[in-house]
Design a binder for this molecule. Structure first.
Ligand code: C5P
Length: 207
């Protein structure tokens, strides 16, 4: 079973994806991490994330970069969002994601274009969303727990910028697939969101 999970930043899709993968005993790929590694590698190379050439050169990042805590920072998220606009970068990361999706036994992948581009043939597609205000609150709490000094207003502005870039880009924009189950987590705790996701998965499997 392939489960494709898409949605904007801080919608809760990462946490949900991990829970769903553990529940069904499936391997999980956080595809945002690949784009974050590209963003980070661009900086390590002294490059510019808005340059398609510099961004493409950074696709050859070493795998151990994926474990670096700096990848989780807001700044790296913004770099990833800028780097992910370039079609050549998306193309270069396609095979790795596609192979993960098609492995024997199935997989859970989360990102922005899993249900639309990477695995349009997924058995289940979920689109996890939430209001900017509730996503910013969540991200703010997360940053406070990690002792990162950043204001709520800065986080809100960054989320809005990233949403605009991710939904507005020409290649593989952030978009719910026609056959995706949309779950709005603005008013849901993790347990409620997980229950809603399990319901949607059961419904998708029946249809
Ligand atoms: O999900 P995460 O916030 O880690 O993703 C960082 C950035 O990577 C996103 O803002 C988006 O621009 C990009 N991304 C993407 N396609 C994916 C996953 C992430 O364009 N499948």
């Amino acid at each position: 079973m392939i489960i494709a999970i898409d949605g904007p930043t801080a919608s809760g899709k990462g946490t949900l994806s991990k829970r769903i993968a553990a529940h069904f005993d499936l391997p999980h790929l956080d595809t945002g991490l690949l784009y974050r590694a590209v963003g980070r590698q661009i900086i390590l190379n002294g490059g510019d994330p808005d340059s398609p050439e510099d961004a493409l050169a950074a696709v050859a990042f070493p795998d151990d970069l994926l474990d670096e805590p700096v990848l989780r920072n807001e700044a790296t998220g913004s770099l990833a969002s800028r780097a992910s606009v370039h079609p050549a970068v998306r193309k270069a990361l396609f095979d790795r994601q596609r192979a993960f999706a098609k492995q024997d036994g199935g997989a859970v992948l989360d990102g922005r274009d899993i249900g639309t581009v990477i695995a349009p043939d997924a058995d289940v597609k979920l689109f996890i969303t939430a209001s900017v205000a509730s996503r910013a609150q969540r991200r703010f709490k997360e940053m406070q727990e990690r002792n990162v000094s950043i204001s709520l207003a800065e986080i809100e502005a960054d989320l809005a910028r990233r949403d605009a870039r991710d939904t507005g880009r020409k290649d593989a924009p952030l978009l719910a697939a026609n056959d995706a189950y949309v779950i709005d987590t603005s008013e849901l705790g993790i347990e409620e969101a997980f229950a809603a996701a399990l319901e949607a998965i059961a419904a998708a499997q029946k249809s």
